[in-house]
Design a protein around this ligand. Structure first.
Ligand code: MN
Length: 234
């Protein structure tokens, strides 16, 4: 079956959503013009991890250590972000999800953390995906602080890129000790929360922070569903 194109998503995401009381659907990569229609009837959007983002989308030339990119996915997900923003659809953006949301909304990325932030932490260490490898400081009063229930937490780190210049609509609300952006969110009536680590890999740990993030997303989704009146038995 070599060469067969497949649609894949880590089950950790869908399991975490189910644990939070949600019913997840996995979207295929489609032409960006179809993004808005794909969100019809949805009450939330979760953006998952994955490839580096094509720097052409934010007007930069490719760094020599840029990883593989998936331009069609980038373009579809950018369109999903903008459609979710228009629809005020609760949006939880994880790892690449935060990066693509930032690009969709007009921000830029660090293309290669090891060379562009050489004095910093290793944000992609070897080891288990659920290994908490660095701390993150969260701004008091932020959506992320409320959702996680903490001001400083320890997270896993499996990323090559990060937010550089945040989009105007996004406020950086969490950083690691080396200054790398680890969380950003909106402050208007669009519930959007972006984080650079992988909470879906951490839902079985003794610490409750990551389960709490999915719980908060689940609450936002259910509130939107009730508000839309589209589902009689949520
Ligand atoms: Mn990190």
């Amino acid at each position: 079956m070599a060469g067969v194109m497949r649609l894949r998503a880590n089950v950790a995401y869908t399991d975490a959503l189910v644990q939070a009381g949600l019913r997840p659907y996995v979207l295929p990569v489609l032409p960006p013009e179809q993004a808005d229609a794909m969100l019809e009837g949805m009450d939330g959007l979760l953006l998952t991890g994955g490839e580096d983002v094509d720097p052409a989308l934010y007007g930069a030339t490719a760094h020599s250590r840029l990883g593989p990119v998936h331009r069609a996915r980038d373009e579809f997900e950018c369109a999903l972000v903008l459609a979710a923003q228009r629809r005020r659809l609760p949006t939880f953006a994880i790892c690449r999800g935060l990066q693509i949301a930032n690009v969709a909304l007009g921000g830029t990325l660090v293309q290669d953390l090891p060379s562009e932030r050489p004095s910093g932490l290793n944000h992609d260490p070897d080891g288990a995906r659920a290994a908490r490898s660095h701390t993150v400081s969260i701004d008091a009063g932020s959506r992320l602080a409320a959702a996680s229930g903490a001001g400083s937490i320890s997270v896993n780190s499996l990323h090559h890129q990060a937010v550089d210049r945040p989009a105007a609509a996004l406020h950086v609300t969490a950083r690691s000790n080396d200054g790398v952006v680890e969380g950003a969110e909106t402050r208007d009536d669009w519930w959007m929360l972006g984080i650079q680590w992988h909470p879906e890999e951490l839902t079985a740990t003794p610490e409750s922070w990551d389960r709490a993030l999915f719980t908060a997303f689940g609450q936002a989704v259910r509130e939107r569903r009730r508000g839309s009146g589209a589902v009689a038995n949520p």
